[in-house]
Design a protein around this ligand. Structure first.
Ligand SMILES: Cc1cc2nc3c(=O)[nH]c(=O)nc-3n(C[C@H](O)[C@H](O)[C@H](O)COP(=O)(O)O)c2cc1C
Ligand code: SF4
Length: 134
């Protein structure tokens, strides 16, 4: 079974079109529909509630943003809200986040402090207070 129409991904984009609590709006949906129609294999969406996008675009969607536990990731996928999930900063804070979570071991938790977003505050490169090795 072919899941992806092609292997070209549309990445998570900051648009300010979503609602403040992370829901997809009509303008956002229209944008994704055109991108899918234009030939896209997978759309990464920076919102949690992306099930409407899956139905409307006809291509698989991946949600990204503040997914900081495997339980939430599992809930999003099992409720059909998204085909795939993206877990980013939790793995900056702790590269072993997935393995440790599966094994029930404690992890260095991302607390959404945003220091890693060096480009927003003029720092030379990425860093994270939770991860001394970065
Ligand atoms: C330090 C940093 C750099 C990022 N760089 C990119 C990038 O170059 N391109 C991109 O599409 N998204 C980039 N992102 C966004 C992430 O891929 C991801 O969508 C976002 O961090 C939300 O997921 P998270 O809350 O699990 O980190 C970056 C995020 C961070 C924190
Ligand atoms: S710097 Fe802050 S927001 Fe970024 S990964 Fe580390 S704890 Fe999370």
């Amino acid at each position: 079974m072919q899941i992806f129409p092609n292997r070209i991904v549309f990445p998570a984009f900051q648009t300010n079109f979503a609602t403040p609590d992370g829901f997809v709006t009509e303008p956002l949906l229209q944008m994704y529909k055109k991108i899918a129609r234009g030939g896209c294999g997978l759309i990464i969406i920076g919102c949690i509630a992306v099930s409407d996008c899956r139905r409307s675009t006809g291509v698989p969607v991946m949600c990204a943003g503040n997914i900081r536990s495997l339980e939430l990731a599992e809930k999003i996928v099992s409720e059909g809200r998204s085909d795939l999930v993206c877990i980013g900063r939790s793995r900056l804070a702790d590269p072993y986040f997935i393995k440790k979570s599966i094994n029930g071991e404690p992890v260095n938790k991302c607390d959404d402090c945003r220091s890693c977003m060096f480009f927003l505050h003029g720092a030379p490169s990425v860093s994270c207070p939770q991860n001394p090795e970065l």
